[in-house]
Design a protein around this ligand. Structure first.
Ligand SMILES: C[S@@+](CC[C@H](N)C(=O)[O-])C[C@H]1O[C@@H](n2cnc3c(N)ncnc32)[C@H](O)[C@@H]1O
Length: 212
């Protein structure tokens, strides 16, 4: 069983991405899958699980908890690693509460690996007194993800070599949503010149780089 199959066995059936989220044709949504339009695609969850399993971060941040799918993927990789803590943040108390219930049901062993915060990610970053993060998954409000990244960089809270994953980075998002974030794309493009990087232009889009 691969990790995507494991996820569906825990969470439930997935739907075709094209049925749950608007897309431009070039994004090939017919090839992707998601639990619903608010949840991260299962292909992305599978990938971030593999990244955490590969790079072994001790401390990770997820901006935007929602129903807990990203926290599940990151937290389960940390369980496999035998160490690591994820701090996942959501502004919406009811979303965070639902995620906590989901995580407890999906995998009770995750309770020591995942810490939930109910606040804006920007507030958490401003008040964070712990060590820097080695892995960050930016998945909150599309309009502010670049601000979260900047705030972390300004405070030295992304360690050297930290893995930064950005979701919803499709360059075609403006064709179907009003929240496309050209500033985030510009910052990621400028960072690309100095950092190891990877871009998936399909589905909702995904960008990955390491802090130089
Ligand atoms: C796309 S969903 C996150 C999906 C989740 N990461 C997953 O993998 O399934 C975005 C979430 O970001 C939250 N959010 C919006 N603004 C935020 C902010 N300023 N700080 C933290 N979370 C925020 C929303 O309440 C929503 O639950």
């Amino acid at each position: 069983m691969n990790y995507a199959q494991h996820l569906t066995s825990l969470v439930g059936p997935v739907r075709h991405e094209a049925l749950v989220h608007p897309h431009a044709d070039a994004e090939r949504a017919e090839l992707y899958h998601s639990f619903d339009g608010g949840a991260t695609e299962i292909e992305v969850l599978n990938f971030i699980n593999a990244l955490v399993y590969l790079f072994k971060p001790a401390l990770a941040l997820e901006s935007g908890t929602a129903q807990g799918h990203g926290a599940l993927a990151i937290g389960e990789a940390m369980l496999s690693n035998g160490f690591g803590v994820l701090h996942t943040v959501d502004l919406d108390p009811s979303a965070s509460q639902r995620a906590q219930t989901n995580i407890a049901r999906w995998n009770a062993n995750l309770q020591d690996r995942v810490e939930f915060h109910v606040c804006s990610t920007l507030d958490l970053v401003a008040s964070w007194n712990g060590p820097p993060f080695e892995f960050a998954f930016f998945d909150s409000l599309v309009e502010i993800r670049h601000l979260e990244f900047r705030a972390l960089m300004d405070r030295g809270l992304l360690s050297r070599g930290a893995i930064c994953a950005f979701h919803d980075t499709s360059r075609l998002r403006h064709e179907y949503y009003h929240d496309s974030n050209s500033e985030m794309i510009a910052i990621l493009d400028s960072f690309d010149r100095q950092a190891q990087r990877l871009e998936c232009e399909f589905s909702r889009g995904f960008r990955l780089f390491r802090v130089p």
